[in-house]
Design a protein around this ligand. Structure first.
Ligand SMILES: [Zn+2]
Length: 57
């Protein structure tokens, strides 16, 4: 076992994070939504989009 850091600090304060789940991965910089792709699909259903979901789900 090796010593591991307290927390990931790859992202500074200036880094954008998903305002929905708080992740930095798969961030979408569209329309200033500031959300990740995962959440995008979630809210997409509410927003009315219909091009993010392939099929099933
Ligand atoms: Zn998210």
């Amino acid at each position: 076992m090796s010593f591991q850091p307290k927390k990931e600090r790859h992202f500074g304060r200036g880094a954008k994070a998903c305002r929905r789940c708080g992740t930095h991965r798969g961030m979408i910089s569209r329309a200033g939504l500031n959300i990740c792709r995962r959440c995008m699909r979630e809210i997409a259903k509410d927003l009315g989009f219909k091009k993010f979901g392939t099929h099933g789900g």
